[in-house]
Design a protein around this ligand. Structure first.
Ligand code: HPA
Length: 248
């Protein structure tokens, strides 16, 4: 029996699909997670939901206690994590409304607490991070999306920026030259921390805007909100299907 962890990003602060859920306000050695954990049943398996930006979407990407979040999920015994992120599209094929399951990361963040192994509280330990996302969790997301008839890009490079501001056009041009396909603010250090604790982790990204400088107009926060409202129901359905697939 698998226990699935789900981390909700912007637009996914609650997950009422969880059946019989209880709210757990926990503390970890690393701090308090962004939100209480919602623990219940999803698609026949146990699941734990955490809202990355807090229940009222009040915690900025650079201020999230990623260590507390991952430690809290680990303490609940999650055996896999699906992390939902909204992103901007850099690859012209990755348009608003598209789902992407990235395979690689380039980390542009700075100043975030990004390791459990700081040599003080925990002995120093290096991890392999050649492939930052779990291939088996990625495949599960992709196959369930295909099963539901959803359009999805099964590869891509996620460039993680510091935020909370969006990027300049020149920064996006540089990121495109670096090979980034999508840009967001929250996959790091989350993915690396999950790897440090050996929890298979993958990202389900929803493209909500063309990245800076890639459309005729400036980026509209209203248009982003509208895209989130339109598409998050699809993401929710996919999460339920993914959970159900762990029960088979
Ligand atoms: N840049 C960074 N993060 C984002 C974006 C973006 O354009 N859209 C949604 N999250």
């Amino acid at each position: 029996m698998t226990c699935l962890g789900i981390i909700g990003g912007s637009g996914l602060e609650h997950f009422p699909e969880l059946e019989g859920s209880v709210s757990l306000s926990v503390a970890t050695d690393w701090g308090t997670p962004s939100s209480p954990l919602q623990k219940g049943q999803l698609g026949g398996v146990e699941a734990v939901f955490l809202s990355r930006h807090g229940e009222t979407h009040s915690i900025a990407p650079h201020l999230i206690d990623y260590r507390a979040n991952i430690a809290a999920l680990a303490e609940q015994g999650v055996e896999a994590i699906v992390a939902v992120n909204v992103v901007g599209g850099i690859d012209p094929e990755m348009c608003p409304g598209d789902l992407v399951v990235p395979r690689q990361i380039i980390d542009y963040t700075y100043g975030r607490e990004h390791s459990f192994f700081d040599g003080r509280e925990q002995p120093l330990q290096h991890i392999d991070f050649t492939y930052p996302y779990s291939e088996s969790v990625r495949e599960r997301i992709v196959s369930n999306a295909i099963g539901l008839g959803l359009n999805l890009h099964s590869h891509g490079v996620y460039g993680v920026t510091q935020g909370p501001r969006l990027e300049t056009a020149a920064e996006i041009e540089r990121m495109a030259r670096d090979g980034c396909d999508i840009v967001g603010m929250t996959s790091m250090p989350e993915a690396a921390l999950a790897r440090e604790l050996d929890i298979p982790y993958a990202c389900l990204a929803l493209v909500v805007n063309p990245a800076a400088g890639l459309s005729e107009t400036e980026i509209s926060m209203d248009a982003i909100d509208q895209m989130i409202t339109e598409k998050m129901a699809e993401v929710r359905r996919l999460l339920v299907a993914i959970a159900r697939s762990f029960d088979q």
